[in-house]
Design a protein around this ligand. Structure first.
Ligand SMILES: [Zn+2]
Length: 80
């Protein structure tokens, strides 16, 4: 019973919804030192608090997410 009631998350790249376990969660490093740590880190256990970015298992999405990370980092640097 309760089939179909699976917690889902949306891939930030393709915006497709998938069960959370099928996505990789990325979070800001716990120490808050975003720029030094190179942006986001993988939250393997999916238990870090705060904002998370989920990416599905699609190779294209993984590739795009690397650019997403880089762009995010660059924008932060330029805003100084
Ligand atoms: Zn995706």
């Amino acid at each position: 019973m309760d089939r179909g009631h699976v917690p889902t998350r949306m891939c930030v790249i393709c915006r497709r919804r998938a069960p959370r376990r099928e996505l990789t969660r990325h979070v800001l490093p716990q120490n808050g030192d975003d720029s030094a740590a190179g942006g986001l880190q993988v939250d393997e256990r999916q238990r870090f608090p705060g904002r998370g970015w989920y990416v599905c298992a699609d190779e294209k999405c993984k590739e795009q997410f690397l650019k997403f990370r880089a762009a995010r980092r660059k924008r932060k640097g330029e805003s100084a």
